[in-house]
Write a protein that binds this ligand. Structure first.
Ligand SMILES: Cc1cc2nc3c(=O)[nH]c(=O)nc-3n(C[C@H](O)[C@H](O)[C@H](O)COP(=O)(O)O)c2cc1C
Ligand code: SF4
Ligand code: SF4
Length: 298
């Protein structure tokens, strides 16, 4: 079994998740090759060498980011149908997010690739507000426990999984694709605070679309922004502001380890029911798996 998993990650959460897919697959003797969409390093004539292909992306405004479905347009039309899977990563467990791949899947279907299985993992927000480190760690641990089970079920035991989708949300998701137009416009009004900036050039060097330039001592912004927030999130001095979304800016990567700090959870009620549902479903999957494996061992 040979799998290719194409992914985009703005601030690392999707990357952590697909890397866990890779290491889990390899534990079961399945070869899983990861390809970063933004680097475009894939030779599409080799696509039929793979048994299945997957796509991993962070959910942006209930959709897959624009560069993900644009990339899908490069896939060749196949003579024989191929099964695909998607790995969605988002900040909240709303069922509307399960339909985020709609446009991507439509593009792929025309080329003879069909959705067989999909997975949705919750990882901390890189936008809107900063989750506490404790909540981020809980999300990270849950993802790390779920992925090997999902990989074993799907890639080893051949049992696909499909998230529940509400077909009526299609038009709403389509409407929210306006975010992709807005990102380009908003990306032009990003600013850097000169007093805080240490000219490390991280924001420029890491931007997936070369949206930022530094010319004659000044930052220049183009209209190619994807709103992945990698620039502002990773700025070491929090000097980067993201236009009309600046009040939702989250700065600094999460630690994803236990920290000896006291933090106030400023948003304890936000999407509370959806998080409870996510952990309830995840904990059930994990405990059932552990029970079955303990029974098998004894
Ligand atoms: C522009 C933007 C829009 C987002 N929209 C959603 C959303 O609609 N639903 C959601 O649950 N999370 C949303 N998020 C949160 C991200 O999906 C989440 O933080 C994810 O873990 C980021 O993954 P990454 O680090 O791979 O980029 C959004 C983030 C950004 C930057
Ligand atoms: S990442 Fe921040 S500190 Fe570094 S150049 Fe960009 S704005 Fe300046
Ligand atoms: S400018 Fe920032 S948010 Fe926009 S694509 Fe580049 S790194 Fe992502």
């Amino acid at each position: 079994m040979k799998i290719a998993l194409f992914y985009f990650s703005g601030t690392g959460n999707t990357e952590l998740t697909v890397k866990k897919w890779k290491s889990s697959a390899e534990q079961f003797g399945v070869q899983l090759d990861l390809f970063k969409i933004e680097k475009d390093e894939f030779d599409f004539s080799k696509i039929t060498e793979y048994d299945k292909i997957g796509f991993g992306y962070p959910i942006h405004a209930f959709n897959a980011p624009e560069n993900v479905w644009r990339y899908a347009k490069k896939f060749p039309k196949l003579d024989k149908p191929m099964n695909i899977f998607i790995v969605m990563v988002s900040g909240e467990y709303m069922s509307i997010n399960h339909s985020s791949g709609k446009k991507l899947l439509r593009i792929l279907k025309r080329r003879n690739y069909f959705l067989e299985s999909d997975y949705h993992y919750i990882m901390p927000y890189n936008m809107i507000f900063r989750h506490t480190e404790a909540r981020a760690l809980r999300m990270f641990v849950t993802m790390n426990e779920l992925v090997p089970i999902n990989v074993e079920d799907y890639l080893v035991n051949g049992k696909p999984h499909l998230t529940k989708k509400h077909h009526l949300v299609g038009w709403f998701i389509w409407l929210l694709r306006i975010e992709q137009w807005f990102s380009g416009v908003n990306g032009k009004i990003y600013r850097v605070n000169k007093k805080k900036c240490i000219k490390c050039m991280k924001c420029i060097n890491n931007c997936p679309t070369n949206n930022i330039e530094f010319i004659n001592g000044k930052f220049k912004f183009h209209n190619r922004c994807l709103c992945c927030v990698r620039c502002s999130f990773n700025c070491p001095t929090d000097a980067f502001s993201i236009g009309l979304l600046n009040n939702w800016r989250v700065n600094k990567p999460y630690a994803f380890k236990p920290l000896d700090i006291k933090e106030k959870d400023r948003h304890p009620r936000y999407c509370k029911r959806s998080y409870i549902r996510y952990y309830k479903e995840a904990d059930l999957v994990i405990s059932n798996y552990k029970k079955t494996h303990t029974n098998q061992a004894s």
